[in-house]
Design a binder for this molecule. Structure first.
Ligand SMILES: Cc1ncc(COP(=O)(O)O)c(C=O)c1O
Length: 430
């Protein structure tokens, strides 16, 4: 329950705050006051295990001491000099080069996910051959709310959809196969249709895709799906632009999700997991694409906050810990435990139609019944608010809950959080 102090603040701010909050903020009605590792504290002193890791930003949990120290030290030195070099920028670029696949060795720095998608579209279109003015995207994908990013999003993201100029491919949403087929007899027809589409449309310059769809419901592709599509893109001169805003930075157990799904992207967008919640984002790319003369005009990547020194400090500290403490191994080990426990829950509760995920990124899909598989957003919301009341925060989107704890969690707290989730499911469903 939302406590007295929080209700007072929520009432006060409602007089001035524009509507349009996320479902989770609107349904949750909490005022979070502090974060420490995996634990959040609200204004009335209640504590929560944060299995949404901020908004999948807190890979190291909240307030990691090394990130805090780096930010404080930088805050004392320098905040903004446009995109001029600062002493730590070279070290951050070198760190990115160590963590990312070798062919992605050129970087532009930004502040938000949608901003990086816009930059990727600019790079693609600047270097595109004449006539190749269309971009491919996937059903159920999400790339942000700026106009260019929304052009790629084929569902309503809070305002009317604006999918005017992109070409659409089938996502591997096996639980609700858009082609009404089942695996393995489907033989990945979704992928072969995307292939055919790409081969048949000479005006497409790039395919923008999430290797694992995040906001669309944590849709994990079956083996072979991306390999087929990537081959078709290569054969037809279509650039592969991976949107790893959500998956990048280790969330799936490899630094990029692409590394385990058989795609070598030409450009990659990174944001959420880079800097422990400080606004910071990177467009990583192959040198020949990023250094194309038409994409390298003076000021092409400059903007007011892009690559500011505080973001660089936060990213360097965050990624430095991920590298030094070998946290990707940790994500894989914890992720296996998480997957096993969630599958056990799915076996207990009929309204839990599907559980899927990879690494520390899981989606729970709620249905009215297993026959019809009709989406059950009311159940998802009730489980979400009940879990909050019990002291567990997860992420809510429609009829899907996402579970994405920090990488630094220990097994005991993982089990404790899943115990709270089970209690919430029991309260709502039994
Ligand atoms: C895959 C993906 N791309 C892009 C974005 C947009 O990022 P931002 O909200 O930082 O603009 C998001 C945000 O959730 C995302 O999940």
């Amino acid at each position: 329950m939302t406590g007295r102090h929080q209700l007072e603040r929520l009432e006060r701010e409602a007089r001035h705050l524009a509507p349009g909050a996320s479902q989770e903020a609107a349904a949750g009605q909490r005022v979070f006051a502090e974060g420490d590792g995996p634990v959040l504290t609200d204004l009335d002193g209640n504590q929560y295990l944060d299995f949404a890791a901020g908004t999948l930003t807190q890979s190291l949990g909240h307030g990691h001491p090394e990130v805090v120290e780096a930010l404080i030290a930088q805050a004392r030195r320098l905040w903004n000099v446009h995109d001029s070099a600062t002493p730590d920028r070279a070290a951050l670029l070198e760190l990115l080069a160590r963590l990312l696949p070798g062919h992605l060795d050129t970087y532009a720095l930004f502040s938000t996910g949608a901003e990086v998608i816009e930059a990727a579209l600019r790079v693609v279109l600047a270097g595109a051959e004449p006539g190749r003015n269309r971009i491919g995207a996937m059903r159920g994908g999400f790339h942000g709310k700026t106009m260019g990013a929304r052009m790629l999003v084929h569902w309503d993201v809070g305002h009317q959809a604006f999918a005017g100029n992109s070409v659409l491919g089938y996502s591997p949403y096996c639980y609700r196969c858009p082609l009404e087929l089942t695996r393995p007899t489907c033989q990945l027809r979704c992928a072969s249709l995307v292939r055919r589409h790409i081969a048949g449309k000479p005006n497409v310059s790039a395919l923008v895709f999430e290797p694992v769809l995040g906001a669309g419901g944590v849709i994990v592709p079956p083996p072979g799906y991306w390999e087929q599509i990537a081959d078709a893109c290569r054969a037809n001169g279509v650039l592969l632009v991976a949107d790893e805003v959500l998956t990048g930075g280790g969330r799936t157990g490899t630094f990029l999700a692409c590394e385990q799904f058989g795609v070598e992207p030409d450009l990659v967008a990174l944001a959420k997991g880079l800097a422990s919640g400080f606004p910071f984002a990177v467009l990583a790319g192959r040198a020949d694409v990023m250094r194309h003369p038409a994409a390298s005009e003076p000021g092409a990547h400059a903007s007011t906050f892009a690559g500011n020194p505080l973001g660089i400090a936060a990213a360097r500290a965050t990624l430095g810990v991920i590298e030094r403490d070998r946290l990707l191994e940790r994500v894989r080990a914890l992720g296996e435990r998480l997957g096993d426990r969630l599958s056990a829950l799915a076996a207990r509760f009929d309204h839990l139609g599907d559980v899927r995920g990879v690494g520390l990124l899981y989606g729970l899909e709620f249905v009215t019944d297993r026959q019809s598989r009709s989406p059950a957003p009311d159940i998802a919301r009730a489980v979400y608010t009940t879990a909050l009341d019990l002291g567990l925060r997860v992420a809510l989107g429609g009829h899907i809950l996402r579970i994405a704890p920090p990488f630094t969690l220990d097994e005991a707290l993982l089990d404790e959080g899943l115990g709270l989730l089970e209690r919430a499911l029991e309260r709502v469903l039994l």
